[in-house]
Design a protein around this ligand. Structure first.
Ligand SMILES: Cc1cc2nc3c(=O)[nH]c(=O)nc-3n(C[C@H](O)[C@H](O)[C@H](O)COP(=O)(O)OP(=O)(O)OC[C@H]3O[C@@H](n4cnc5c(N)ncnc54)[C@H](O)[C@@H]3O)c2cc1C
Length: 488
């Protein structure tokens, strides 16, 4: 697919100063994309389909990261969820915007989806296999399985993720100086289904969403909960290296860190009991939800239970959860480094490094957070880069759209307090006036669709799937499938 080669249109009200110009890079050589994760994969696919040649570098399997375990592209390293699929939720809206451009990541997620209430969750192996297969067979993409240790000549998209290899981290540090940040995320544990006690666990989704029984739930009474909380607080955690800062991402706090914040904090986060009743009609004091990991239903993850407890301690404490007394752990929770730049200082609105505009940054390293958001930045870069290659001047994506809101977050946040963020309506250009939350979300989603479609139409982008939702849906309030504190 190639975009229409229209030029000179500017119907979105932007002045010519906002329009794209080919800056730096090479007008005809391939675009070098470093990293075939969520962002790099989407970017490569979108560029190649728009007629721009790509060299896609991936260092796995020769060299891996502390979190990846396969050689597949777009490997999901923790949760298997791409968050809410409700069209009025900001994450659902972003998915639909990406689908309007024929997103590889969202298309593959739908292909490999598993039941998860209102969320879009996937069988991670099937998902990665599909992304890898489509990229390997896509004309215009040359794949090189190697670590990149220096910036290639020409247009570069750096999509090396939160676990960017040391060599590339050093290159970035050299370019950007001290404005370079670290913090920690933690991986949620996965258990073997056969080791779970199904007489104690019950199948249900919060408020009966999705198929109504998409999660396994471990109910607790007050006494059990208080004992569990105590054990969490007292358990031993893995040490943090001195040279790295202890700084957690608020949306992905380890369960033991939540417990330390207060006896009820987990009960208002991942262990909240609202919307759930046991089969005999009781409302538990606290609930732990287990989400299906694969189509075979052989593995389940503990939603929101990312942890940096030592592994032996983790097993001991998590086996206190009713129904998990004999749980076999397929993967333990872990801590990990997360690398991202101070985007408001270093990036322009098209993801170009201000000090080296031929280098774009995509994915988590920009300071967006999450699989979905990372892929979205890769897609946006491909739209800009392909139009530059076709000498088509286009303005930035509308700030009122979810795609535009991500760039707004990266470029307009206060540099001093910059923190990664998942997509949420707080990042969008506000709607003036006092409007109830539900209506505000509907209005924002509606405005996003109107503005994005006008932008696509004005600048020659084919609409691959109409993203506009029906406003009569009741799927708005509380549509996030995971409680606060769950893995992003
Ligand atoms: C442990 C952990 C848990 C996480 N949990 C979640 C979660 O539950 N939900 C969620 O939405 N997000 C989670 N994240 C964030 C997640 O990493 C991002 O959402 C997403 O994977 C980022 O996409 P990306 O394309 O930026 O990076 P990645 O998907 O990590 O892709 C980067 C790729 O670049 C490759 N690479 C790195 N350096 C080089 C080099 N020098 N040369 C060549 N290749 C290189 C890597 O091998 C990798 O394949 C987690 C991250 C980590 C580390």
């Amino acid at each position: 697919m190639n975009d229409k080669n229209e030029t000179g249109k500017n119907e979105t009200g932007k002045n010519e100063d906002d329009m794209s110009e080919a800056k730096g890079g090479s007008a005809d050589g391939p675009v070098h994309i470093v990293g075939a994760g969520l962002a790099g994969s989407e970017c490569a696919y979108q560029l190649a389909r728009r007629g721009v040649p790509v060299v896609l570098y991936e260092m796995r399997p020769q060299k891996s990261t502390p979190a990846h375990s396969t050689a597949g592209f777009a490997e999901l390293v923790c949760s298997n969820s791409l968050r809410s699929d409700d069209p009025f939720h900001a994450a659902g809206l972003l998915k639909r915007e990406m689908e309007a451009f024929g997103s590889l990541i969202i298309g593959s997620a739908r292909h490999a989806s598993v039941p998860a209430g209102g969320a879009l969750a996937v069988d991670r192996d099937l998902f990665s296999e599909r992304v890898t297969g489509l990229l390997e067979n896509q004309e215009g993409i040359e794949i090189r399985r190697q670590e990149v240790t220096d910036l290639p000549e020409g247009d570069v998209v750096l999509a090396t993720g939160p676990l960017t290899s040391d060599a590339m981290s050093q290159v970035l540090q050299g370019l950007l100086g001290d404005e370079y940040l670290y913090f920690y995320d933690a991986i949620a544990p996965i258990v073997d289904a056969e080791s779970l006690d199904m007489d104690i666990l019950f199948a249900a989704s919060r408020y009966g969403k999705g198929d109504g029984d998409d999660y396994l739930n471990s109910p607790m009474d007050k006494e059990q909960y208080l004992a569990f909380h105590q054990a969490l607080v007292e358990a031993e955690t893995a040490p943090i290296k001195d040279f790295e800062k202890k700084l957690f991402f608020e949306g992905c706090l380890p369960i033991e860190e939540l417990a330390r914040r207060g006896v009820d904090t987990p009960r208002f986060g991942p262990m909240k009991p609202v919307g759930l009743e046991t089969p005999d009609g009781r409302r538990p004091y606290a609930v732990t939800q287990l989400r299906q990991e694969n189509l075979a239903k052989s593995h389940y993850n503990l939603v929101g239970f990312q942890s940096r407890l030592k592994w032996g301690e983790q097993k001991r404490v998590l086996r206190m959860l009713p129904g998990l007394e004999n749980a076999e752990f397929v993967r333990m929770g872990q801590i990990h480094r997360n690398t991202f730049i101070n985007a408001p200082v270093h990036l322009d609105s098209r993801y170009r490094l201000k000090v080296a505009p031929q280098v774009r940054l995509a994915g988590q390293i920009t300071g967006v957070e999450g699989y979905l958001e990372s892929a979205a930045t890769g897609l946006a870069i491909a739209l800009y880069l392909s139009s530059e290659r076709q000498s088509r001047a286009i303005p930035d994506l509308p700030r009122t759209s979810a795609l535009g809101a991500l760039a707004r977050h990266l470029t307009e946040s206060t540099a001093k307090h910059f923190q990664p963020a998942n997509i949420n309506y707080g990042l969008f250009e506000p709607i003036p006036g006092r409007i109830p939350k539900r209506q505000r979300r509907e209005k924002m989603a509606d405005r996003a669709h109107t503005d994005l479609m006008a932008w696509m139409d004005a600048h020659g982008f084919d609409l691959e799937k109409d993203p506009r939702p029906t406003l009569t849906t009741d799927a708005t309030e509380g549509a996030t499938a995971e409680p606060a504190g769950a893995a992003s």
